[in-house]
Design a protein around this ligand. Structure first.
Ligand code: ADP
Length: 455
């Protein structure tokens, strides 16, 4: 009520002035009623004048953008101005807070890995994040207020929106390529819709790979099992001679070994996938490793090939010994298995200028046609299935090699030419290669000479 006193004072001043004027008029004219009337009119007009001036100032301020303070009048108008100014400032702060919250909210949705698209009741785009724009090939600015069905014309999508049954997500091929999207729609407000899109290309691919893998494993195991059960049946039902019996047992042993190898390779793959990356400071002497591999290769080849598998590398590689052994042995075993009698198989090592190390298994075998090379490291991929199985292959060897090399930060590189032979190179990064002694520097010269074309 702080405004009341100034207002009463003002009324008092106006009354006083009115009274003075009234007395003056009364004295001049001698008419008491005229003096009274004039006094009252003067007092009222004075009050109205002051109110009009202050009201006008306040109105002017209200009509403007209210950046300045409201007019600081005393009394009622000052109080009204101050209250309005406070209400306006509170409203501005609330709007700014709301805008900030909205901006933060939209940035959070923008950062979402999923596409988010908001549609109004007429299916017009109200807002979409960049991921949704990318998924549906939209322009987040230009396409606002456009009907989504005019822009995304995939019949399945249009039918899904129109049917209005959103219990199940829609799986849609991505317009930009072979990718796939999972689309979920939720209704909110008055007919508005929230469209969420998720790129499921990778998920579908890995699902397909898993299905293929299970089918392949089942197939690989079923074949020897069928053969084994046939032999068991034979042993049960037919009276075999000792020689025949021995032959059947040898064949049964081969099938059992095949399954054992397959299970061992599968376990190796599972271990590679499940175990932590090899430590960068556990050094494995390459020469010891190659000695063991060469001895096994000698036994496998049984003198059918010219083998040169013991280069003096003097090098050490940082990693897991069993994995390195498995990778190199797989390449050497393949070379022995696929190279016909009389062929040559070499194992070469060299350290490159940048410090990385390269181990190459080179054979003069049948070679591999160009179109197969990129697929050789796929699980169960074989160029010649029957030849691979005949020689005890599982189709998993090169995928194990690739996996081991990836885990060691290295790479498997394959060069091959039909009729000339193959060169499988294992490249280890500089950080994982060191020389155990200064004497052995690798056989760089031999490496150059044994190039494919030179053989
Ligand atoms: P597998 O157990 O069948 O040998 P791998 O993954 O080790 O499986 O090899 C995949 C395919 O690559 C083989 O089936 C074979 O056709 C081909 N291959 C691998 N090494 C050689 C080689 N040294 N010479 C010719 N072909 C090879």
């Amino acid at each position: 009520m702080s405004w009341l006193l100034p207002r009463l004072l003002m009324a008092l001043v106006a009354t006083l002035l009115g009274f003075i004027v009234g007395v003056a008029v009364h004295k001049i004219t001698g008419l008491g009623a005229l003096g009274l009337g004039t006094g009252i009119v003067v007092a009222v007009v004075l009050m109205l004048l002051v109110d009009a001036v202050r009201g006008h100032r306040l109105l002017n301020w209200l009509r403007g953008d209210q950046f300045d303070n409201a007019p600081r009048d005393t009394g009622l108008w000052g109080e009204v101005g101050y209250r309005i100014e406070r209400a306006v400032r509170d409203r501005d702060r609330a709007v700014a807070r709301g805008q900030l919250e909205l901006a933060q909210f939209l940035s959070a949705i923008e950062a979402s890995p999923n596409g988010v698209l908001m549609l109004d009741a007429q299916e017009q785009i109200v807002w979409c994040n960049r991921v949704a724009a990318d998924h549906f090939s939209l322009d987040p600015q230009r396409d606002l207020r456009q009907r989504i069905t005019n822009l995304v014309r995939a019949p399945a999508f249009v039918a899904y929106l129109q049917a209005g049954n959103f219990a199940e997500p829609l799986v849609l091929g991505n317009g930009r390529g072979p990718g796939s999207l999972s689309i979920i729609v939720r209704e909110y407000g008055e007919g508005q819709r929230l469209v969420l899109s998720l790129d499921i290309t990778e998920r579908l691919r890995s699902d397909a790979m898993r299905r293929d893998f299970v089918a392949n494993v089942s197939h690989e195991i079923r074949t020897p099992l069928t053969v084994l059960s046939g032999f068991i049946e034979t042993l049960h039902s037919l009276p075999l001679t000792a020689v025949e019996r021995e032959r059947v047992l040898v064949l049964m042993t081969q099938q059992t070994q095949r399954m054992q190898t397959l299970v061992a390779d599968l376990l190796t793959l599972a271990q590679l996938e499940g175990s932590p990356r090899p430590a960068p400071d556990r050094w494995v002497g390459l020469d010891g490793l190659l000695g063991r591999i060469a001895a096994d290769a000698d036994a496998l080849s049984a003198g059918r090939h010219r083998l040169s598998l013991r280069p003096a590398t003097g090098a050490e590689v940082a990693g897991i010994e069993s994995e390195l052994l498995s990778a190199i042995a797989n390449l050497v075993t393949n070379a022995v298995r696929y190279t016909p009698e009389g062929g040559q198989i070499e194992l070469l090592w060299r350290q490159l200028e940048d410090g990385s190390g390269e181990l190459a298994v080179v054979d003069t075998g049948p070679g591999i046609a160009r179109e197969h090379i990129p697929r050789l490291t796929e699980r169960f991929y074989r160029v010649d299935g029957s030849r691979s199985r005949e020689t005890g292959g599982t189709g998993l060897g090169l995928s194990i090699v690739k996996h081991v090399m990836q885990r060691h930060g290295g790479e498997l590189m394959i060069q091959s030419e039909v009729g000339k032979g193959s060169r499988f190179r294992l490249v280890f990064p500089a950080a994982r290669v060191r020389l155990a002694s200064d004497t052995a520097l690798g056989d760089e010269a031999a490496f150059g000479v044994a190039a494919l074309a030179g053989r």
